[in-house]
Design a protein around this ligand. Structure first.
Ligand code: UDP
Ligand code: MG
Length: 339
């Protein structure tokens, strides 16, 4: 490894946290013990994604006692992928690892990822050998990753989430991407470089409930499919083509019956209704698919910032300034005023 600038850590660990108050202290202990094994200077960047419990207070205590701990606090809940994105913006390391804050990804695995990075790989992603969720959820995940792989135009590895280590070059590329609907594991695969997977066993949650209700999971799945695939749009085209061919054949058939054989088809209410309903359904579905893309375009063109930071702990002013790109303004306690 080459020499690094003084004060800049070699390894950064990015941890999104949303209402994980029970997990914070034990996560800190396990992560620090694991990172110390690498024997390089490191930092842990916690991103508090608008927690409503004591998560931030616990993180503050950690940051006060340990200079290697940095905290970015969002003004509200912006979602897991956005929290990871912010962590990548704030991380300074030559290598940056991303890990879930609920101890489902064992911190003890990070040195293994780091070792592979030292060998020269640019992205080392962890591949889940086993999962500890219920059968239904596991089956849904399996199906999704296989579907995504078939439909997308990039090579997204199977059964790998955001748990990975990335080289600075890769992180800089990700940070330069302006897109809003983030699917971090997708853009990570998209940038290329030398990538490799390492198998690990996914643990059950240490405490609390999953912060990914079904609605958020479906949004994530749509983001993955829509952002990295034109297949749904093409399917609409194919379907339209197919139905037109069938319609044309039906016209020829019915006209022949009428003109050549002089038949008057007055029965056929059922077939008419079935056809109308079928076409109506297909049209709504196609509109919906189109809408998914259009909605995302709308979201992108607004060019809003991805997230809003409420406060940060542990960063030096240079880092802060570079990220915010602004001059210092006056902040401080508000005057007490009573009318
Ligand atoms: N998380 C977050 N914002 C959210 C939801 C989740 O920062 O809106 C964090 C959460 O605290 C955890 C990680 O993202 O550290 C993964 O979330 P979770 O464990 O709920 O997802 P699951 O493992 O069930 O897919
Ligand atoms: Mg989890």
């Amino acid at each position: 490894m080459s020499a690094v600038t003084a004060g800049v850590p070699t390894l950064s660990l990015v941890v999104p946290m949303y209402n994980e108050e029970e997990t914070v202290p034990i996560f800190y202990r396990r992560a620090v013990a694991a990172l110390e094994q690498t024997a390089v200077p490191f930092e842990i960047v916690f991103v508090d994604d608008g927690s409503t419990d004591a998560t931030f207070e616990r993180l503050r205590v950690l940051a006060q006692g340990d200079a290697r701990i940095k905290v970015v606090r969002f003004s509200r809940n912006f979602g897991h992928q956005t929290a990871v994105t912010a962590g990548l913006h704030y991380a300074r390391g030559a290598a940056v690892a991303v890990i879930d804050g609920d101890l489902q990804d064992p911190p003890e695995f990070v040195p293994r990822l780091f070792e592979k990075w030292c060998e020269g790989f640019d992205v080392v992603y962890a591949v889940r050998r086993t999962r500890k969720e219920n059968v239904l959820k596991r089956a849904a995940y399996r199906l999704f990753y296989r579907l995504l792989r078939r439909l997308s135009y990039i090579d997204i590895p199977l059964d790998s989430g955001d748990f990975a280590i990335m080289d600075r070059r890769v992180v800089d590329e990700l940070n330069a991407m302006p897109e809003r609907n983030r699917f971090v594991r997708g853009i990570r695969a998209w940038v290329g470089f030398r990538q490799v997977g390492l198998e690990y066993d996914r643990e059950p949650r240490f405490a609390g409930e999953s912060k990914y209700p079904l609605s958020k999971l479906i949004k994530l799945a749509y983001d993955g499919l829509i952002s990295y695939s034109f297949v749904p749009l093409r399917m609409v085209t194919h379907l339209g083509f197919l139905i037109s061919v069938v319609a044309f054949a039906a016209v020829v058939y019915l006209l022949t019956l009428r003109v050549v054989y002089g038949e008057h088809l007055i029965t056929g209410w059922t077939s008419t209704v079935v056809i109308v309903l079928f076409l109506g359904g297909i049209q709504l579905l196609s509109l919906g698919i189109l809408g998914e893309y259009v909605g995302r375009i709308f979201d992108e063109v607004k060019r809003r910032p991805l997230y809003v930071v409420k406060e940060t702990l542990g960063f030096d002013t240079a880092t802060e300034m570079a990220l915010r790109g602004s001059v210092e303004t006056q902040v401080g306690p508000r005057p007490a005023m009573r009318l």
